[in-house]
Design a protein around this ligand. Structure first.
Ligand code: M6R
Length: 364
């Protein structure tokens, strides 16, 4: 039941520190990642020459983030694909490839079909799944269970957060096994990952301010989310959260791509939400925000503590604690989930069961 919360979505948002902690605890033992339960041998990890991540919706957005993290740390090429596209484009798969299917329910028809397609070609499959014993979990060669617990709200929050953790653990372990990172950096990354539950708690503590801001956006017609690199991956998720439960049209854009079309949509007071957690890309995205402002946009920024120069440009800022840049997605997504939630609540909509959507999409 809702345990005193008005909606499952808020209950599940609040459960994220625990869900993330449980998922970390399931694979981190004595400050080392242990993939024995997942069933991946070191030799298999060494042999992988290409990774394909295939998923739908928010799980696909985890894939977009995972691509950055795996490529950067483990230096293995990664392709991310929407399951509904992958299965029909006669994919050319590397025989030493690894197909990673990400799915909360483990029953999404397109993701299941993509898994079968990969298996029929003899490619190893690894599923990141939340529901134990689901079809995808049963059919995949290897399974990494996320320990989010049951998720009721159609808009995913805690499952998304635990899928990110699974992706980080694979990236960090692959990086070590393939000798792409030092033992010291490995230990540092694992130590930092374990601080995420507390840091998520800290972001959640700021929810009244976000509620206040979100309530003022109920009449927005369009909202744009922009970011670069991992911040683009977060933008994709922020935009989906917003549109699916608030019914406000929103789009995520790679910040540098704005001036190739989208910027013409900006009018006075159009809300643009910039995500700036990647220090090496901060100035670049900031200058894109300045461009939006000069076209009349109303600016909200999600960035790390310390980046106070943002206040010269943005109208509203939400700060997140500092972390290793690879893991910032886990923190920056929280204010975006809260924004979608509070806009939906302030419009009096059915937060947990938005119109036309199902929790698990078992048709193609
Ligand atoms: O159960 P799955 O993770 O396979 O579901 C995938 C998508 O249907 C799901 O993430 C959907 O996009 C959510 N409504 C997003 O909040």
């Amino acid at each position: 039941e809702k345990a005193g919360y008005e909606h499952f979505m808020m209950k599940e948002i609040q459960e994220q520190p625990k869900a993330v902690q449980d998922t970390l605890n399931s694979v981190i033992h004595e400050n080392k990642i242990d993939l024995a339960e997942v069933g991946l041998e070191e030799e298999q990890i060494r042999d992988v020459s290409q990774i394909y991540i295939v998923a739908c919706g928010s799980a696909y957005h985890v894939g977009v983030a995972a691509q950055y993290v795996i490529e950067d740390l483990a230096r293995i090429p990664v392709r991310v694909e929407l399951a509904s596209e992958f299965r029909y484009r006669k994919p050319i798969l590397d025989p030493n490839g690894l197909v990673i299917i990400i799915s909360q329910s483990g029953e999404t028809a397109d993701s299941l079909a993509a898994l079968r397609e990969a298996k029929s070609k003899g490619i190893r499959t690894l599923a990141i799944v939340n529901v134990v014993g689901s079809s995808i979990a049963r059919e995949a060669d290897n399974v990494f269970y996320t320990l989010a617990g049951p998720e009721i709200s159609v808009a995913t929050t805690k499952a998304y957060s635990t899928q990110l953790i699974a992706a980080y653990c694979l990236a960090v372990q692959f990086a070590l096994v393939r000798e792409e990172i030092t033992e010291e950096y490995y230990t540092e990354l694992i130590t930092e990952m374990q601080t995420l539950p507390d840091k998520i708690r800290k972001v959640l503590d700021d929810k009244e301010r976000i509620q206040w801001f979100a309530a003022k956006q109920a009449n927005a017609r369009d909202i744009f989310f922009i970011g670069r690199g991992l911040d683009y991956a977060i933008s994709l998720e922020g935009s989906l959260k917003m549109k699916e439960i608030s019914y406000i049209h929103s789009e995520a854009y790679a910040a540098g791509e704005l001036k190739h079309g989208t910027i013409s949509l900006l009018e006075d007071n159009t809300l643009v939400i910039g995500v700036l957690t990647q220090s090496d890309l901060y100035e670049k995205t900031l200058s894109n925000m300045v461009e939006c402002k000069s076209r009349g946009a109303y600016l909200c920024a999600v960035t790390s503590y310390g980046n106070y120069s943002i206040e010269d440009t943005a109208d509203f800022v939400t700060y997140i604690p500092k972390t290793d840049t690879h893991f910032a997605t886990s923190l920056a997504v929280i204010p975006l989930q809260l924004m979608g939630y509070y806009v939906s609540v302030s419009k009096g909509l059915d937060v947990d069961k938005p119109r036309n959507l199902a929790k698990s999409v078992t048709v193609e």
